[in-house]
Design a protein around this ligand. Structure first.
Ligand code: NAD
Ligand code: TYD
Length: 353
């Protein structure tokens, strides 16, 4: 079996669902269930013996040791993280704790378990770190996209703590020969994304008749990847990636934020037209995020060249699927939009001019 951390969050849960759709290999899913973790996403697996959910913190070494001893996973995939840049600006401590101390604790537990394996099991074991393109910092308009050899230059507490965890993973491979793999992926979107991130927030606000808050001039660029494509990339890297290597994952979809929001409005105008006018009329400009990275872009050619991976969705097909999913799952959005969510919206948006 494999051990997945953060499997009740956006990408982790998509990965768990996708994995069990394609394979009978069981999963131990370890998640602390922060505001971002939601078991409702996994309810189709409630009676599935291939999925074992354990509520635990990746900073809890005793709990991790017990899980390794009991389940003897052949691989660990680390999705667990504090993942939202704006929250990292308001409260960086949780990011240092989970992203750095948590990854360190998981690496230590994995190393201890792995050291006692047979030689053959040692060779086949994998520790896969799921990371972000944000560790590379910000690009200017004319810069080449990030490659695997780009220098780390993180700018937010979120990206700095992810960079720190990526460095630890690298060091465990180099120093102890733990067979690690790292993926650095661009912005994901798709089903089950918590409505604090750009695309699900804009869908929720549009449908709720609320303003669509574009930070700054709306010209910041992100590379967007449909989450199921990220899951297929992770499966490929786990199956055939070379230990010690890192792989950039991206969708070849560089878009300005304003274009993303306008396109989203157009899709909603088609699928759920308003009584009068367009959702575009709800777009408002609000004060910028401090230290807002201007542009991210990913060169994903290594993954294509070495492992034959390419995204299946274009931005247009992925976005249409995503909007349709949110329109059909208002119950899921209501479930995660709890009191804590409303508090966050107040914290992040009420002081923006
Ligand atoms: P998310 O915030 O939706 O989910 C994170 C999950 O981790 C939640 O279920 C949460 O409960 C769990 N968690 C948090 N702290 C924990 C702890 N201490 N112990 C155990 N579980 C804990 O995040 P996501 O968007 O699904 O991102 C998953 C991973 O992918 C992260 O490592 C993130 O850095 C990386 N990533 C995300 C994106 C993106 O666009 N969302 C892009 C590239 C990489
Ligand atoms: P986000 O989804 O938070 O991802 P990240 O910061 O990791 O890239 O934001 C994506 C982009 O959208 C980013 O440039 C910030 C911008 N943004 C807004 O303009 N308004 C918003 O309300 C949010 C949440 C993000």
């Amino acid at each position: 079996m494999i051990l997945v951390t953060g499997g009740a969050g956006f990408i982790g849960a998509n990965f768990v669902l996708d994995w069990l759709n394609a394979s009978d290999e069981a999963i131990v899913n370890v998640d602390k269930l922060t505001y971002a973790g939601n078991l409702g996403t996994l309810k189709s697996l409630r009676d599935d013996p291939r999925h074992l959910f354990v509520r635990a913190d990746i900073c809890d070494r005793v709990a991790l040791d017990a899980l390794f001893a009991e389940h003897k996973p052949r691989a660990v995939l680390n999705f667990a993280a504090e993942s939202h840049v704006d929250r990292s600006i308001h409260g960086p401590a949780d990011f240092v704790q989970t992203n750095v101390v948590g990854t360190f604790t998981l690496l230590e537990a994995a190393r201890s378990y792995w050291s006692a394996l047979s030689d053959a099991d040692k060779v086949s074991f994998r520790f896969l770190q799921v990371s972000t393109d944000e560790v590379f910092g910000s690009l200017d308009a004319a810069d080449a996209p990030f490659s695997e050899t780009s220098t780390f230059a993180p700018n937010s507490p979120y990206s700095a703590t992810k960079a720190g965890s990526d460095h630890l993973v690298r060091a465990y491979q180099h120093t102890y020969r733990l067979p690690t793999l790292t993926t650095n992926c661009s912005n994901n979107y798709g089903p089950y994304q918590f409505p604090e991130k750009l695309i699900p927030l804009m869908i929720a606000n549009a449908l709720g008749g609320k303003p669509l808050p574009v930070y700054g001039d709306g010209q910041n660029v992100r590379d967007w990847l449909y989450v199921v494509d990220h899951c297929s990339a992770i499966r490929e890297v786990l199956a055939r990636g070379v230990p010690g290597e890192t792989y950039n994952v991206g969708g070849w979809n560089e878009k300005k934020n304003l274009d993303v929001v306008q396109t989203l409005c157009d899709v909603l105008d088609t699928l759920r037209p308003k009584a009068a006018g367009s959702y575009r009329e709800q777009i408002t400009y609000v004060s910028d995020r401090p230290g807002h990275d201007r542009r991210y872009a990913i060169d994903a050619r290594k993954l294509e060249r070495e492992l034959g991976w390419k995204p299946a969705e274009t931005f247009e097909t992925g976005l249409a699927k995503t909007v349709r999913w949110y329109l059909g799952h208002q119950d899921w959005v209501d479930e995660v939009s709890s009191g804590e969510y409303r508090k966050w919206v107040e914290t992040n948006y009420s002081q923006r001019a």
